[in-house]
Design a protein around this ligand. Structure first.
Ligand code: GLU
Length: 452
């Protein structure tokens, strides 16, 4: 049996569409499942629309998506080979040079290369859509190169796929109408015909084609919003393919095992951002704490304490939302947000002298606690009365709550919480002490005392 070879051939004309990522994924899955190879070829044949920055962006996107190709190259690197193949076609009479007036300036003459169309009927069995037949006589002797050194897209695709031994051309359905031209060309060049499979479109909720311009459907946009590649790949796999079971959550390796072209849908699938968000939260929860921290730190461009991780991970569906929580709700970690005495006294509801008494007592209780990240712990746990191997907000609560119950919870816990966070709304004081550690907590209570 021939080894399976698949490829994805994006053109560097803009940000990468999410549909291109799905095509890459299906090519990757199919190749890996058959112990074959999958490569990326940047199809830079359109010299006017290509941009170097998009070439760089495509490589970066594939890295980020974690769909590592077995090989990668650019069509333009193969120009010499294309010219040689064009010459073979000219020599065998299967193509000819045609002198014609230039399209946009008829006063000038150009020498394009045209394929001599044998005008046959072409039938191929699409792996997704079944048998498809085209009468190629309507195509005429179509142009395959702007000049002998400037091959056009169809020619380059066929030459590159043929030389690379691509066995399965799996791509978006907009390429179905390109297939007859490409089959005519590969027959002229003498390459073996690959199998073709065309995937349906990804649709917007109004069933129009999901667009980068209208719907922000590029991989960069989702990355910027804090989606992670595991979730995007999982969601894209199910958008256009059905596993035949109830299972929804898949890692890449699991997909390799269960993917099948037979269960790729024939009709377009509607992209549902809420569903992607669900996948994102699930995959974020699947990361271990160290990996989550690494990704959040890279995304938020800041360091994040270990203890904050479970608190944000539970609530934030995307890394952007986690970043927002860090800045909106956990902004007191480094320092309390500046506050005034009025807030400390709950806008006049609390009495200064009593509050002072409570804060003094709380300071002593807190100073005797040993909590905090290992970085904030010190040798005191050898000497102090409360020694906690695995401290938690509940441990802090266990020590401070009896005092609050005596003095009245509102009277005691409000000023404590404001002293620690500086905020009208924040997590409870036990959680904050656990997050910032004993020493910092004591310092903050002292600062509050100085206001009274
Ligand atoms: N370069 C084409 C595109 O960006 C893909 C061609 C192909 O897969 O054959 O859509």
């Amino acid at each position: 049996m021939t080894k399976v070879v698949t490829r994805i051939a994006p053109s560097p004309t803009g940000q990468m569409h999410i549909g291109t990522v799905r095509t890459a994924l299906f090519n990757y899955l199919y190749a890996k499942q058959h112990s074959g190879t999958y490569f990326v070829r940047i199809e830079d044949t359109d010299r006017e629309r290509n941009k170097e920055e998009w070439v760089d962006a495509i490589w970066e996107d594939f890295d980020w998506c974690k769909l590592p190709p077995d090989a990668k190259y650019r069509t333009s690197e193969r120009l010499e080979r294309h010219v040689a193949l064009l010459n073979t076609l000219l020599e065998s009479g299967k193509a000819y040079v045609s002198k014609e007036p230039k399209k946009d300036d008829p006063s000038q003459e150009v020498e394009v290369v045209r394929l001599k169309n044998p005008n046959t009927t072409i039938t191929f069995t699409d792996l997704v859509r079944g048998e498809i037949t085209f009468d190629t006589s309507e195509l005429g002797d179509f142009v395959i190169a702007r000049s002998i050194t400037d091959p056009l897209y169809h020619f380059a695709v066929v030459a590159d796929d043929g030389d690379a031994g691509v066995t399965h051309v799996l791509r978006a359905e907009e390429h179905i109408s390109n297939t007859p031209r490409q089959i005519l060309l590969l027959e002229a060049l003498g390459f073996t015909r690959p199998l073709y499979g065309h995937f349906p479109l990804i649709l917007a909720p109004d069933r129009s084609k999901l667009s980068k311009r209208k719907h922000g459907a590029s991989i960069e946009k989702y990355r910027e919003q804090g989606f992670i590649p595991e979730a995007i790949l999982n969601y894209l796999a199910l958008l256009g393919w059905n596993p035949g079971t109830e299972q929804e959550l898949f890692g890449l390796e699991e997909l390799v095992a269960v993917f099948s072209l037979e269960r790729v849908h024939k009709g377009g699938a509607v992209f549902d951002i809420e569903k992607l968000r669900w996948f994102n939260h699930e995959h974020l929860k699947r990361l271990d704490a160290a990996e989550y921290k690494k990704r959040l730190e890279a995304f938020a461009n800041t360091t994040v304490g270990d203890r904050i991780i479970p608190l944000v991970r539970e609530r934030a569906v995307t890394l952007q939302e986690a970043t927002n929580l860090l800045t909106s709700e956990f902004d007191f970690l480094e320092n309390p947000v500046p506050y005034d005495t009025a807030l400390l006294l709950n806008k006049g509801k609390l009495d200064a002298a009593t509050t002072k008494k409570h804060l003094l007592a709380l300071k002593d209780l807190t100073a005797n606690l040993v909590v905090g990240d290992s970085s904030t712990q010190d040798m005191r746990h050898w000497f102090l009365p409360y020694v906690w191997e695995n401290d938690s907000p509940d441990v802090v609560k266990g020590i401070l709550m009896p005092y609050a119950d005596q003095g009245g919870r509102g009277n005691v816990l409000w000023p404590l919480r404001v002293a620690l966070s500086g905020k009208e709304k924040s997590p409870d004081p036990f959680t904050i002490i656990w997050l910032i550690g004993t020493e910092e907590a004591t310092r903050r209570i002292e600062a509050a005392l100085n206001l009274l």
